[in-house]
Design a protein around this ligand. Structure first.
Ligand SMILES: [Zn+2]
Length: 169
């Protein structure tokens, strides 16, 4: 006769897992492509959402490396953002292509608190050093722009290819 009460107790005893820690665990327990879909011939090994997160992470790390600020603690800022945006994009899968711009802005904000402005504008040679902004803030194909000069500087992930030039490619 004590079956139901036991079940209730067990349900209550389940550990509460936050989205953040769950995402972290998932990251460590799934180091590579999962072959669960191999039998039906599709290439859904990591899925479009996970792919967008991988891409965002790679793009922002590339921009950090271009500015030689890809230290270990800075990389962890990127990881923190990716974990949060994984939760975000799972709630709103249509936003997958916005993730790169969002991660770039997350990291920019985190760096501003700890280190200062990033990335510094490579276009304006004189005047106060200022940071570039991501445009669109919430949209696909994000770019770094200088509002002072009114120019697109580079796509997110391509800061390393600008080398301070002003080419309008
Ligand atoms: Zn500028």
């Amino acid at each position: 006769m004590d079956g139901p009460s036991v079940r209730t107790f067990e349900a209550r005893a389940l550990p509460k897992i936050s989205f953040t820690s769950w995402g972290t665990c998932e990251r460590y327990f799934r180091p590579g492509p999962v072959v669960k879909s191999a039998h039906n011939g599709t290439m859904e090994s990591i899925g479009p959402l996970e792919q967008s997160l991988h891409t965002a992470r790679a793009l922002v790390l590339a921009d950090l490396a271009a500015n030689e600020v890809a230290a270990a603690d800075v990389v962890s800022l990127v990881e923190d953002s990716v974990v949060q945006r994984r939760w975000w994009v799972e709630q709103w899968p249509e936003g997958a292509e916005f993730v790169a711009g969002l991660v770039a802005q997350d990291v920019q904000d985190a760096l501003l608190e700890r280190y200062g402005r990033w990335p510094l504008c490579p276009v304006c040679g004189s005047g106060d050093p200022h940071a570039l902004d991501v445009e669109p803030e919430l949209g696909p194909d994000p770019h770094w722009v200088c509002h002072k000069a009114g120019v697109k500087v580079a796509a997110v992930g391509s800061l390393g290819t600008t080398a301070g030039g002003t080419s309008s490619s």
